[in-house]
Design a binder for this molecule. Sequence first.
Ligand SMILES: [Zn+2]
Length: 424
Amino acid sequence: MEKNQQPLPEQARPESENLSPLSFTVEKSLKNGLGRIGTIKTAHGEIKTPAFMAVGTTGSVRFLEMSDLKNTGAEAMLSNGYHLRKKSPEIAEAGGLAKYSGWNGPTLTDSGGFQVMSLGSGLGKVVSMDRKIEKTKKKDRLALVSDRGVDFTDPFSGEREFIGPEESMQIQTRIGADIHMAFDELTSLADDYDYNVRAMFRTERWAERSLAEHKKIRDSLGYRQNLYGVLQGGRWEDLRRRTARVLGAMNFDGFGLGGAFLKEDLGKILRWCNEELPFEKPRHLLGLSRPDDIFVGFENGADTLDCVAPTREARHGRIYTKHGEIYLRKFKDSPALLDEDCDCETCRSGWTRGKLRTLWKSPNLAEKALYYKLASIHNLRFTIRIFENIQKSVKTHSYDTYKKDFLENYYGKDEVIRRKLLEK
Ligand SMILES: [Zn+2]
C-alpha cells in the first residue's frame, strides 16, 4: 500500500481562493418537510437538487466524451476511491479530479469501502473478525475487517493491501473531488441486529477518524474539499435514528445514506435518518436510480443519488422509455425511436431501435462502441430528466400529478396499484 501513503504534492497549491465549505440552499420543501429542492455550491460549480450523479468509476463514464455527459444535463460526476487509488498521485499532480478528467464540474468520490469489502463474489465474501462464519477458510478471505480498517487482496495483482479511514481520506484528498465520503463498514441484508450494532459503532468510530484526518489535509489542492459522514444501521429504526443523531452532531458537510435496502423499506429507513439529520446539510443516497426509488428517495429527503444502472443497462440492451424498460433484442428492424418524447442527443439525431440493435449486435467493435455511447446517453438523459422534472413540478406545485403520470406510464396503472406506489 506504499503508493497510497505518498505525501501530497507540495506544489499542487494553485491560487484558487475557494476554500469555503460547500453551501446548500433549500428553495422549497414538500409538505412532509423531508423532500426538498435546492442548490449545492462547490468549488467547481453548482448542483441543482434533487440531482442524479453520473457514475464515472475511474474518472470518465464508459464510452462517453465529457461533452456527451454535459449534454445529458448531468451536473456532477461520482468516481470511485478504490478504483482510482493507485492513480491518485497523478490526479493530484494534475490539480484534482475535475481538471484531470476534463469534467471541470462538481465531483464526488466514494470511500472505496464498498469495493474493498465486497471483493470477490459480492457481499458473501465479506468476513469480519467479529463475524462467526466458521466455514470460510482464512486463506480464502479476500477482505478482513477490523477496527483498524480493511485488509484485502487486490483481485488483479494478488497483492495484500490495507485501507482504513485515514488511508481512504488520503486517497480521496489526492483524487480531489469536491465531496468525499467517510470510510464506513457496510452491512448486508443477511446481517442480523447484533452484527449491525457492532458495525454501526465501528462506522461511528471510523467517522471520527475520517473527519480528523480530512480536516488536516482537505485544502492541500488549493480548493475546499468536503466530507460527508455515511450512515449505516441496517433496517432497524433505533440504530438508524441513533447513528443519524451521532453523525449529525459531528462537523460533516453533508451525509451519505448507506446500506442495503429492501425496496419496501427504503422510504421509512430514509425517513428515520433524515428526520434526525440536520436539515440544512445535503444528503446523498448511494447506489440507487430506479424510477420508483428516485421518487421515494426524493420524498424522504435524499438530495442527490448515484447509480451505475442507467449506463450498465444500456450496454446490455435495456432501454428506458416513458412506457417502461424495453429490451432492444426484440426490436429488429424497428423504425421507432427509443422514446418518441425523449430530448437526448441520440433520439434527436433520429436513431431508431432497429438501427441501434444492429450496432449493438455488430461484430465490429467500433459499431458496438457507438451503440454503447448512444444507448448510455439515452438512459442517462432519461434518468436525469426525472430529476429535472421533479424540480420543476415542485416549483409549480404539481409534483403529485407529475409523479402519478410518470409512474402510471412507466409501470402501468395496475402495477402502480399492486405495488402501492402512489400511497404515502
Ligand atoms: Zn433518448
